[in-house]
Design a protein around this ligand. Structure first.
Ligand SMILES: *Cc1c(COP(=O)(O)O)cnc(C)c1O
Length: 402
């Protein structure tokens, strides 16, 4: 079957709700870190579907696991037991230190669950606290609860009123945090590395302030690790590197390697306040999704992937700093950890994306001026070099046109 780009675009234009401004590329196949479009052009994928395809594309082990599971049993609902959910929860508990998991289908649902569990905790304590403290530049998702703790006016405005009593403070401002958190704060929520906000890691000083604010006020802390978790930064979770002590952790994106699954990881203290029927979902943690996630965790923990990310992560940092040094009028800052990087430009980064696609490399733009890199976690140094050479050429073209 030949796929004609114009037909794809025309059909979508008629029938798909126009919420996405897509790049004019139709990907039809992938292999490892490479994607192929309908015309057979090859691209190095330095974005992995926004940090999702952690094992790359068409990974043999994942493909086999998903296919085998699909031929055995895909879904039974949460009305019954199945053998995989407990296994996955146990593995996530060992990795995070939070003993219990609630499974859902996306990042926003994981955040939504954390917000509800925080409210439930205080309700059970007989001290119903409603307030949340969140960060400027935060992104936690698009459903009403997670949107309420997302700062971007552009996302929020058309849907107001949202949840009341959310206070936003400047990222990494410990003083502002200490002033904002009170005995009425149900929870503080923060990404360990702000992703959509432009790849901004929390500072160790701010992390200590979060721990201190929680002990002083009793407020819970929700670490949103949907983007930064599961190896992306070279750590299983970046909150651990920062010494943060979250009561709730949201994960998603990479967890299923492309099969939709998310989870809220919960401390025993919070878990003790949750009762049967408090929250639920039809699909959440079904056999297919759990099987995919178990396969991803096998690679991450057993396959030496974390050490690999540490190594290639240092290489990316060196290369990005060199690119920045060679283009001082275009690149203003390089931020990131592991395989999660942002090149902050002196101008709108939007033109870099099509220029990169033309040269066979996939990246995206976030927070207006930031070129974001979230390559598959399995990417080799040679593949990174090839991709970064193409990106550098794209930056050259954009810089020259400015
Ligand atoms: C992507 C993201 C979400 C939302 O995840 P979806 O799967 O798109 O709902 C939430 N929090 C963070 C930090 C994210 O990066």
């Amino acid at each position: 079957m030949t796929i004609v780009m114009d037909d794809v675009v025309a059909r979508e234009a008629r029938h798909v709700l126009q919420t996405y401004r897509r790049q004019p590329v139709t990907f039809v196949r992938g292999q490892g870190v490479r994607l192929y479009d309908a015309e057979g052009r090859e691209y190095i994928d330095l974005l992995s579907g926004i940090g999702v395809a952690a094992l790359g594309h068409a990974h043999t082990g994942l493909a086999r696991a998903v296919s085998d599971q699909a031929q055995t049993l895909i879904h039974t609902s949460n009305l019954f037991f199945h053998p995989l959910q407990g296994q996955l929860a146990e593995r996530l508990a060992n990795l995070s230190g939070l003993p219990r998991a609630f499974f859902c289908n996306s990042g926003t649902e994981a955040v939504e669950a954390c917000l509800k569990f925080a409210r439930r905790y205080w309700y059970t304590k007989g001290e119903p606290r409603a307030e949340f403290v969140a960060l400027d530049e935060s992104f936690h998702g698009r459903t009403f609860g997670s949107l309420s703790v997302t700062s971007d006016e552009h996302y929020r405005k058309p849907f107001e009123p949202l949840l009341p009593k959310v206070t936003f403070i400047p990222t990494n401002d410990a003083g502002a945090l200490m002033r904002a958190v009170t005995k009425n704060t149900a929870a503080i929520i923060a990404e360990s590395v702000l992703g959509e906000g432009g790849i901004r890691p929390l500072t160790p000083a701010f992390a200590s302030a979060i721990n201190e604010a929680c002990s002083k006020s009793g407020a819970l802390f929700i670490a949103d690790e949907v983007q930064s978790g599961l190896g992306r930064t070279g750590y299983p979770f970046y909150f651990k590197a920062l010494g943060l002590r979250p009561h709730l952790v949201s994960i998603g994106k990479a967890l299923g390697g492309g099969v939709p699954i998310g989870a809220a990881l919960v401390s025993q203290e919070v878990a003790d306040t949750i009762s049967f029927g408090d929250h639920g979902t039809t699909y959440g943690g079904n056999l297919l999704a759990c099987r995919a996630a178990l396969c991803v965790l096998d690679e991450l923990v057993g396959g030496g992937l974390l050490a690999h990310i540490g190594r290639v992560g240092q290489h990316v940092e060196r290369r990005l700093l060199a690119i920045a040094a060679s283009r001082p009028s275009l690149v203003k800052a390089v931020r990131g950890r592991g395989l999660m990087w942002g090149l902050d430009l002196t101008r709108d980064a939007a033109p870099v994306v099509p220029a990169a696609l033309e040269r066979g490399v996939v990246v995206n733009r976030t927070a207006e001026t930031v070129v974001r890199l979230l390559p598959p976690l399995v990417i080799t140094q040679a593949e990174l070099d090839e991709g970064l050479d193409r990106l550098d050429a794209a930056l050259g073209a954009v810089g020259a046109a400015a």
